[in-house]
Each structure stands twice: as C-alpha cells, then as structure tokens.
Design a protein around this ligand. Sequence first.
Ligand SMILES: [Ca+2]
Length: 270
Amino acid sequence: MNRLFRISIVGLFALLGAAFVFLCLNLPGCLFPGNSDVIPVYSYNIVNTYPHDRDAFTEGLVFEDGFLYEGTGLLGHSTLRRVKLETGAILQIRELADQFFGEGITIYGNEIIQLTWQSNVGFVYDTNSFELLQQFNYSTEGWGITHDEEHLIMSDGTSTLHFLDPQTFEETSQLAVFDNNGPVTRLNELEYIQGEIYANVWQTDRIARIEPGTGRVVGWVDLEGLLTAEDRTEPVDVLNGIAYDADSDRLFVTGKLWPKLFEIELISPE
Ligand SMILES: [Ca+2]
C-alpha cells in the first residue's frame, strides 16, 4: 500500500512536471526569463548641436515646415514659440496667462494644440498667427501630446495614454503602457515617429518606444551623457522634448532649461 502510494505520488509529480514544461515551451521567456524577451536599448550619436534658450522650461517640442515649435511651462513663464532651429532665435512667441502652466504641444492640420498641467484645459491656436481659436477640457492632468493619422495622443503623467478625436477632443480610447517590469509610469513629452510613440519618462534619461497597438515598450533609448559637465554649470532640469522632422528623417531632443538642442541618430544594440 505504501509503495503504491509512493508510485502514485511520483507519477503525479512527473505529470505535473511534464505539464509545466509543455506550458513553458509555449510561453516566451518562461524557461529562460530575460533572454527571449529582452527589450533592446538604443544608444545615440550626436549629429548636430544647436543653441537652446536656457530660460525655456521645455514641455512640448515639434518640428514642422522647417521650424521648431516649443511649449514652455512654469506659472508666469509659460509660452508657445516658433524657433529657428539653427540659431535658437525666437521668431514668434505667445505668453500664456499667469495661472496656466503650459505643457505638451502638437500640430494637427493648421492648428497647434497646447495642454496645461493641472488646469484641465487645452488651447487650440492657428499655426501661423498663434491666434487662440478654441479651448477644450479634459479630466486628467496634461503632460505630453502628439498625434497619429487619426487621433491626438496625450499623456497625463501615469502609464496611460489617451487617444482623442482631433475635432471634438473627446476621448476615444486609452492605452496602458508597460514593459517587462509592468506599467511604465511618468510618461511625459511625446512624439509619433514612424508608427511608434516615443515618450520621455520624467526624471530619467530614457525615452520609451511604444507600440501603439498594444502599449508594449518595444525599445528604450538611453540618452545618458548628452549634456557635458560644462553644459551643467548653470542649473538644468530633466531631459524633455522630442521632435521629428519627417521630411528629412531628423530626430531632435532637448531638456528643460538646457543650453543645447541635439539632432541625434539612434544606434541599435548588437
Ligand atoms: Ca514632441
């Protein structure tokens, strides 16, 4: 009886073991966690360096029709600017009312959309004149904004991205962003680049490359070391600001109060 019991127990464990192996073979990363599911980390080359306004607390960055557009934050200092890339010269500027902390910007059609941090209001301007055309409301904080072909895409400082109808500004869907360690929070400035959403992660030197269909982070860009010690002799804040020149395939990044703006190219890991 005892022997029969032992045989049954051994058989049971053998069966469970076989089931485990079978299930694992069908789950990527189960038997060799971290190997089959590694998220590539891209490094960078600096292609060009341009001056950037040290007083610009960069919250939004866009490149469109040959110019940079920048949204800046801080109460009493928030602006919308058109900037000459090569010199950093401010060609046009609109100051926000003192009670608004400006956040991300994007250009959709002939309109610039600018978020505010905690006022639950977004502004819509004419791209050429910067004339205020419209306001809209949202329920979350406003951090970054970009767009794909059909939607505005906004971040609110959490791991959730909000897709908005660009005409009504109503939310049409949400996207939960995650990597191998779970939700990726503090998503900040955004840029839609060749079918991926690039997102600064607040208080890090990293940009997440997000697959819009799933929310999965399919790549990390590590921009550590972009500013030299000399660039940091005056106070600087965090990396923030991604702009893409789709016509010339140029990628620009900068940070809050940074003295420089960089054109970079990404280097794939081996
Ligand atoms: Ca951007």
